[in-house]
Design a protein around this ligand. Structure first.
Ligand SMILES: Cc1ncc(COP(=O)(O)O)c(C=O)c1O
Length: 405
């Protein structure tokens, strides 16, 4: 039986998979079973930051796998300490907790924020404020944190202690902080799943001020924006906030599952022995992969990310297609908001036919998260396919409207 049939038969039906099977990749190009090439504007949803077939990355993983895959966090292993040191040096934070995914990193950050507040102020100051349109993960707690109603179905009861306020609205946050029961505000510097929506810098300035005045922690969910995605190691490095907790995952391992919580001096010692843990967290093979990503993510690569992201943004803006309502994002995290008639999923299907893999965010945003190492030629090739796909999708939707009249 073919692999796609096997997946359809034996895995749960939780993903709307596209009809393609990838077998290998090189740089920012993927190849399917027929040998057809596709430019990758997804990096596996922001994960394959170094693209595919990166020799140093593959070697680091292979060497560590041959030496030692796992011993548990009861013992020391070299790559774990090295990965934590590199993370602290690159981010400016004081300590790291390793886990395996973005949702787990957020869970850990929530626990740290609540315990920080408990240690200082006692019980009852445990609410985490989150923003509308946000996305923080799929566990029962991180779904509760996620500020989109359609995620709050079926799985009740969700974890208590979350309050959602309208994104970008400082007075609403001020009001939410009045009740003195809030220990943290959790936000994505650029909301990814919510439509590639960068938070306003003036708003972030206000958030920082209000939180600082009340000793309310800021948790920056940089699961999608972190590790170079927006052109700085952390997106928050370029913003007027100083989060005490930052969560990472996705791009950190360049393709292997690893998540991390970065803690400032203020939050580094909140958790003690036995307060939290993860069997696989800080697995030596994943840490070797993360070290390789961070070693390659130098200033010159970060500059390229900024430059290539600007290039994509400017090129797309010159198209001025009637179906495009807005182009937004930062670095190599970009979105095109479509008018209601053209569906993002249809654009992604047409892109696939034209040799481009691309993401969506909701029904009306086309989302681009290419590998950080994508070349200018690959960008141009991908943009050509994207423009054609947008034009075709718009024409299709016009025809449908005509018929319905
Ligand atoms: C901002 C943000 N936080 C958390 C998550 C959850 O990450 P994971 O799927 O690794 O649990 C995601 C995933 O898309 C995300 O974009």
């Amino acid at each position: 039986m073919q692999t796609d049939r096997l997946c359809d038969t034996y895995t749960l039906n939780t993903y709307a998979r596209f009809p393609v099977e990838f077998v290998r990749g090189a740089g920012a190009t993927l190849y399917d079973t027929e040998g057809k090439a596709y430019v990758d504007f997804t990096s596996g949803i922001g994960v394959s930051s170094l693209g595919y077939g990166n020799t140093a990355h593959a070697q680091a993983i292979a060497e560590q796998a041959q030496q030692l895959c796992h011993t548990s966090n009861l013992y020391y292993t070299p790559r774990v300490g090295e990965a934590a040191k590199l993370l602290c040096e690159k981010s400016g934070y004081a300590g790291v907790f390793f886990c395996n995914s973005g949702a787990e990193a957020n869970e850990a950050a929530i626990k740290i924020a609540r315990k920080y507040s408990f240690d200082r102020y006692g019980e009852g100051r445990n609410v985490i404020v989150t923003l509308t349109n946000s996305f923080h993960g799929r566990t029962v707690t991180t779904l509760a944190a996620t500020g989109q109603d359609h995620f709050h179905q079926f799985f009740m009861p969700f974890t208590e202690g979350f309050r959602t306020v309208p994104v970008g609205h400082a007075p609403a946050l001020k009001e939410a902080l009045q009740s003195n029961d809030v220990c943290a505000v959790m936000l994505e510097p650029v909301q990814g799943e919510g439509g590639v929506y960068p938070l306003d810098t003036r708003y972030l300035f206000e958030v920082e001020k209000m939180c600082r005045e009340r000793d309310v922690l800021i948790i920056a969910d940089e699961v999608q924006t972190g590790v170079g995605r927006t052109g700085t190691f952390l997106a928050s490095h370029a913003l007027p906030i100083e989060p005490q907790l930052v969560t990472l995952a996705k791009g950190l391992g360049g393709g292997l599952p690893i998540g991390a919580v970065l803690c400032s001096q203020q939050t580094k010692d909140v958790l003690g022995r036995g307060d939290h843990g993860s069997t696989f967290g800080g697995n030596p093979v994943c840490c070797a992969a993360a070290c390789s990503v961070m070693e390659q993510l130098d200033e010159s690569l970060l500059d390229e990310v900024k430059m290539k992201g600007e290039y994509m943004h400017c090129e797309i803006k010159t198209w001025r297609l009637p179906c495009m309502k807005a182009v937004r994002g930062a670095g190599l995290m970009r979105g095109i908001v479509l008018d209601g008639a053209v569906k993002a999923r249809r654009v992604a299907e047409l892109c696939l036919q034209k040799g481009l893999v691309i993401l969506t965010a909701g029904n009306n945003t086309v989302r681009m998260l290419p590998p950080l190492v994508i070349t200018m030629d690959e960008i141009d090739q991908g943009l050509r396919a994207l423009r054609l796909a947008l034009e075709e999708a718009a024409a299709e939707s016009e025809q449908t409207e005509e018929k319905e009249k």
